[in-house]
Design a protein around this ligand. Structure first.
Ligand code: AMP
Length: 397
């Protein structure tokens, strides 16, 4: 049996899951938060129980040391040599990475180069990679990119109608994100349909605090709603999604803001939060809506409409559709969201089974027997994809 660590390093956090492979058993999981602070949090699950500590954690290297020492102290591994490989989530792989990659100096340099496209994410991902490689230098480390699954898009789908030199000089194009999640749920959906991935056409809706839709034709992504950055597409918890770009110039002028300040508002103070003025959390908005709050209802409805619009457009792109798939925090848990979206796309021949939509857990079909297009809920699992790719590219089988 192998022990594989799946890591997701953010700017001030580091999430981890330790797997036994190939049986995909989760040995332990946890997170270090508020890295850089005197009172950082370190949480780890031991025998299903969460254990939380507050302690100073200066940087990612210290976070990795705390975590690995603790795995040994708690007897989860006897010594660190038991860890056979580490997989790292990397947000932006640009056009270079069409698949996950075994990390060497060249891969590190490319991830670094791609930081110009993802200045908030790639440097944080690299910090995690460097910290783990220092402590575990003799095992394979594998980078798994959010963008890889979308690299099959044709030029007409990924190009913007902008001066062509911007693409040539600055690599400005649509990349798409959440690729690992869209890939995972699309493989599962094919399984549920009893077919091979290359036999099915799907629209996958990853609706969490961040949200994106993907059109998948015969197992390959042909379009997705996020763009150069995760800001494009449907409205999200705090992001606006698509807007008229002229709004940016107008708000710079009228409120005396810089373009960066406006973009910050589009990323952090828009979406559910901006429209409702209440919260970025769908549960708070559904509660407020049920109590009669009109703006909470509007914040939700305008997202549902935009998602339905994307589904309609992607249906035409695909020509034939086997299933619509819902995943991530909201897609998996909010029956209201699924019902509202599916009712808006009824014309495609999808019919909701109310009981299945409102009750049940895990992977399930929420469409009626006669529904021409199926609708599924499929809980996502990006970490298992990271662990699988670490085994595959680290040649650990
Ligand atoms: P994620 O980014 O995938 O973790 O998703 C976060 C979103 O999922 C938040 O808006 C949560 O409100 C939402 N969420 C999580 N659990 C539920 C639930 N039981 N019902 C509705 N929304 C939920």
């Amino acid at each position: 049996m192998l022990k594989i660590m799946a890591v997701n390093a953010g700017s001030s956090s580091l999430k981890f899951k330790l797997y036994e492979m190939p049986n995909e058993f989760v040995i332990t999981e946890g997170v270090v938060e508020r890295i850089g602070k005197e009172d950082a949090y370190y949480t780890i699950k031991v025998n299903g129980e969460k254990v939380k500590q507050v302690l100073p954690i200066k940087d990612h290297a210290v976070a990795v040391k705390v975590l690995l020492d603790d795995l040994v102290d708690k007897g989860i591994v006897k010594d660190l040599n038991e860890i056979n490989g580490v997989g790292h989530r990397v947000v932006q792989g640009g056009s270079y990475f069409k698949d996950s990659a075994l990390i060497d100096q060249e891969v590190i340099d490319k991830i670094d180069e791609m930081s110009s496209l993802a200045p908030l994410h790639n440097p944080a991902n690299l910090t995690g990679i460097n910290a783990f490689m220092k402590v575990l230098p003799n095992v394979p480390h594998v980078a798994v990119f959010d963008t890889s699954f979308h690299q099959t898009m044709e030029k007409e789908a990924y190009m913007y109608a902008l001066p062509y030199e911007w693409f040539e000089k600055y690599k400005i194009r649509k990349y798409g994100f959440h690729g690992t999640s869209h890939k995972y749920v699309s493989l599962k959906a094919a399984e549920v349909l009893g077919k091979k991935p290359e036999e099915v056409n799907l629209i996958t809706c990853h609706i969490g605090n961040g949200a994106s839709i993907a059109a998948i034709k015969e197992g390959k992504c042909v379009d997705t709603s996020m763009g150069l950055t995760p800001l494009e597409g449907i409205p999200m918890g705090t992001r606006s999604g698509d807007i008229d770009p002229a709004i940016i110039e107008m708000m710079c002028r009228t409120e005396n803001l810089t373009a960066s300040e406006v973009i910050d508002i589009l990323n952090k103070k828009s979406g559910y939060l901006g429209v409702s003025g209440i919260s970025n959390d769908s549960r708070d908005l559904e509660k407020a809506m049920n109590e009669g709050n009109e703006r909470a209802k509007l914040a939700l409805d305008l997202q549902y409409k935009r998602i339905a619009d994307y589904i309609g457009a992607y249906f035409l792109t695909l020509g034939r559709l086997d299933a619509i798939v819902f995943t991530a925090g909201i897609g998996e848990n909010s029956a209201h969201t699924r019902k509202e979206i599916l009712n808006r796309v009824k014309a495609l021949g999808v019919e909701v089974d109310t009981d299945a939509n409102e009750n049940g857990k895990g992977i399930r079909d929420i469409s009626t027997k006669d529904s021409k297009v199926k609708a599924f809920v499929i809980p996502t699992d990006e970490e298992i994809m990271i662990a699988r790719d670490t085994v595959r590219l680290g040649k650990l089988q």
